[in-house]
Design a protein around this ligand. Structure first.
Ligand SMILES: Cc1cc2nc3c(=O)[nH]c(=O)nc-3n(C[C@H](O)[C@H](O)[C@H](O)COP(=O)(O)OP(=O)(O)OC[C@H]3O[C@@H](n4cnc5c(N)ncnc54)[C@H](O)[C@@H]3O)c2cc1C
Length: 465
């Protein structure tokens, strides 16, 4: 089957959704299609969450990462109003424009049921916290933040889907396998069903799950790829009380520290007060993540957050993605999935086993994690960095370095190879745009959504002319 559209969008995660939404608003007459390898927002269901299996069975298409809402659909939806983290859009446009786009995406979310409650950073308590952290060389990056909540996040996405589907054709369970450059005619997408989709304008928003595939397509199309980073670390889980004085004041606290031993940058990331640690499947590799519910009834007694060491490579190695996957696969090899170790055991150089874990005061919320030894999976440098950071955090949140603090591994944040893009997020090929996490320009909901709105406006404006 061959069909022709004005605009084709690959992927309906946050970036692809907001590109479609804004095209609908700015240019409703356009014929737009979105193709996604995953399912619609009503039928996405991970077999672990559905209680059908205990551990990841490596579904061909991961329902947690793919489908309407993308990787963010089952996240607890921390929406950060900042350009300081969550992406690199300020490399392409000025900070004010990025903030305007982030605010705009928020107004759309609010129209579809998102909370209006914002955690502010300008309170005296937040400033005092920043000062206290600084006294210990910990740098608190603060941002206004909204907590959409895992359950509300789904409702918001459903409402957006119901609105946009009247204008944008969605083809689910449809993976794009090949992108062809057809010159003046535009682009042809070949799908795994053998269909051909022709379009004048192409927006690629394949997210992290499609990043490797997309990078290969770009190489074939002669589009330059710029090296990017990979962040490797662990997820820390401890009693919520240890971090309460911080999480009550700044919901999403990001603390950055440069280690004395190596001069590496370590940061806290994705803080989930009263949350749950979860396993996540990235292209067949089990990594770890976390989330939290806004409904108090669904809360745990623990807080979890990631501790990540940023790694950037220079010549001759240029495949950070492969490096990160390799490290995550080591802990998978040892544990058959996610590995968990008590901090005290790690420092003492002993493996955490079932017996030792059963004595822990901190009860793991990811019960499928297998007790083991992280030092056999993570490189020494990253592990030393993490241990140093935990002792540093202990100075502002005493209890962080307790023996029973749990460390899950490996947590790996892959950032797709970044494409060489114009200030309008257009590739070197005309009318071919790349947005969101898969293009290596964002790593969070707010900037991913903002990048989608940006390219939709560029297209609408050019068509207007
Ligand atoms: C567990 C978890 C929790 C998170 N929590 C937060 C949070 O609280 N706050 C925050 O700001 N960010 C969070 N993030 C990150 C956030 O979800 C991402 O930054 C955001 O989803 C990126 O949006 P995207 O549209 O670029 O990509 P994605 O959301 O990854 O969407 C990409 C889509 O493209 C589709 N696709 C890929 N390749 C193809 C192909 N070849 N053919 C067809 N379709 C394809 C995929 O199926 C997918 O649906 C979280 C991520 C995870 C995994």
């Amino acid at each position: 089957m061959n069909t022709r559209y004005d605009v084709a969008i690959i992927g309906c995660g946050e970036a692809g959704i907001f590109a479609g939404y804004e095209l609908m608003r700015r240019h409703p007459a356009l014929k737009v299609v979105t193709l996604d390898q995953g399912a619609d927002i009503y039928t996405r269901s991970c077999p672990i969450v559905a209680g059908k299996v205990k551990e990841c069975i490596h579904c061909k298409i991961c329902d947690t990462m793919c489908g309407f809402g993308g990787a963010g659909a089952f996240s607890d939806g921390k929406y950060n109003f900042t350009t300081a983290f969550g992406g690199w859009l300020t490399d392409f446009m000025d900070g004010k424009e990025v903030m305007d786009l982030i605010d705009y995406v928020d107004t759309i979310n609010v129209q579809h049921g998102a909370t209006t409650e914002v955690f502010s950073t300008t309170t005296p308590e937040a400033r005092a916290l920043e000062k206290r952290a600084l006294e210990h060389d910990l740098h608190l990056l603060q941002a206004r933040c909204k907590h959409l909540g895992t359950e509300n996040n789904l409702k918001i996405l459903q409402s957006i889907y119901e609105t946009v589907k009247e204008h944008v054709e969605y083809r689910f369970h449809t993976a794009v396998t090949t992108i062809e450059n057809r010159g003046e005619e535009g682009y042809r997408l070949i799908t795994d069903k053998g269909d051909e989709v022709d379009c004048t304008w192409l927006i690629a928003a394949p997210g992290r799950s499609g990043a490797e595939w997309f990078a290969n397509q770009c190489k074939g199309l002669g589009i330059e790829l710029i090296n990017n980073q990979v962040d490797i670390g662990v997820r820390v889980e401890l009693p919520a009380k240890v971090f309460e004085h911080i999480t009550d004041v700044v919901y999403e606290s990001k603390l950055v520290y440069r280690t004395k031993q190596y001069g590496d940058q370590v940061r806290t990331f994705c803080m989930n007060p009263y949350g749950h640690v979860v396993a996540e499947n990235v292209e067949g590799i089990n990594t770890v993540n976390g989330h939290s519910y806004s409904d108090p009834k669904l809360r745990s007694e623990n807080t979890n957050f990631a501790l990540l060491v940023s790694n950037r490579f220079t010549q001759p190695f240029n495949e950070p993605y492969r490096y990160g996957k390799h490290i995550a696969s080591l802990s998978n090899m040892l544990a058959g999935g996610v590995l968990v170790q008590r901090f005290g055991d790690l420092v003492a150089g002993i493996r955490t086993n079932e017996h030792r874990l059963s004595k822990s005061f901190v009860r793991p919320t990811l019960t499928a994690a297998v007790p083991g030894d992280l030092s056999l999976a993570l490189p020494k440098r990253q592990l030393d960095d993490i241990i140093e950071m935990i002792y540093q955090l202990d100075k502002i949140a005493p209890g962080t370095a307790n023996y029973d603090t749990l460390l899950y591994g490996a947590e790996v944040k892959f950032y797709s190879s970044r494409l060489a893009l114009s200030g309008e997020l257009e590739t070197a090929l005309p009318r071919f745009f790349a947005i969101g996490d898969g293009a290596g320009v964002t790593r969070g909901l707010a900037q991913a959504g903002a990048s989608g709105v940006k390219v939709a406006r560029v297209i609408a404006e050019r068509l207007g002319k």
